[in-house]
Design a protein around this ligand. Sequence first.
Ligand code: PLP
Length: 394
Amino acid sequence: MGEIFSEDKDYILNLYNRNNLHIKKADGCYLYDESGKKYLDMFSGIAVNNLGQKHQEVTDAILRQLECYSHLSNFFVSEPVVNLAKLLVNNSFASKVFFSNSGAEANEAAIKLARKYGRSKNSDKTEIVTFYNSFHGRTTGGMTLTGQPKYKDNFAPVLPQIKHVRFNDLTDIESTVSNKTCAVFIELIQGEGGIRELSSEYVRKLKNLAEKHDFLIIIDEIQTGLCRTGEIFAHQEFNLTPDVVTIAKALGGGLPLGAMLVNEKLENVLVPGDHGSTFGGNPVACAAGEAVLQVISEQGFKNEVKTKGRYLVEKLNGLKEKYPNVILDIRGKGLMIGLDVGEQANIIKQKAFSKGLLLNVTSGSVVRLLPPLIISFNQIDEFTDKLEFILEEL
Ligand SMILES: Cc1ncc(COP(=O)(O)O)c(C=O)c1O
């Protein structure tokens, strides 16, 4: 193995299971290793590179902003920051935006907002309900919301008054929420949890309970947002209007950027001094975000994602029919698709590397497909052809 791998081990805390690849350059939907070998990207840096690598409009926007300034601090107004907020508001339920650097930080802001909102109604209205198997980030608040013990048990005590309920279990949520609940935090499609979707019956129940107990519906769209599922926000496909949405990942076009979007009712809950961030809403990241929003809100973009998603699932269904013992289930929406392949997931991922295909595995058994939204039909064919070779070999 090359020097970079040993130096990576020597100097960087060992927190990630690195892939055995040294990528030197990337373009569109392809990444190239040091030998020049080409890989089709089917996970977009975990749903970040939604417009692929080196998208011209994103790159131009970044360079233009760098010519002006890279950072001022949130003591100054800044055009790209305001422009991006305006685009987010104009394309959503929201009336105002707070910018962070990451998804977990957007969720931290939402926890604070929810607790302050609850306390303004009643001093004990501070409970937050979230879901087993969810993922909301690695900060103390994020891991407390996350409904998977492996992410938090070693770091207890976690935040108080955060309860977990079973996903899609109507009785569990009904018996857990009360007038003490200030918010329910939810992923409409659990990403890290294996691409599992909330039922429409559950969405209806949640809306009724929110009305009854006056709690906020906070949707974590950090993975599902920004056209991943075929709409700018996944909740637009679930007939659900949230109070708060958190986004990140694809927002900065590859630069670190997150946001909390709030409705009009919540605009004035947080006041100067309550919350903030040095880098949150960095002008260069926001300029990239502006380009991302402009591209994904162009006429036809959403439909193209939906059509490509259907095409990919159709081809995968064909493979499932042929290899029913390997592909156990296909789940998801748009270009967020999970292939449940049981114990074979990591073997498939390793074989894919040798065939020039980059895959990601979540929940131990699910190949999570999050290709760049700009993937072409030919590239989808390239992926399914390579996958078929792998399935044949198993
Ligand atoms: C649904 C969801 N929420 C929150 C996060 C945390 O985001 P970040 O890693 O940017 O803090 C992630 C990251 O994978 C996520 O998928």
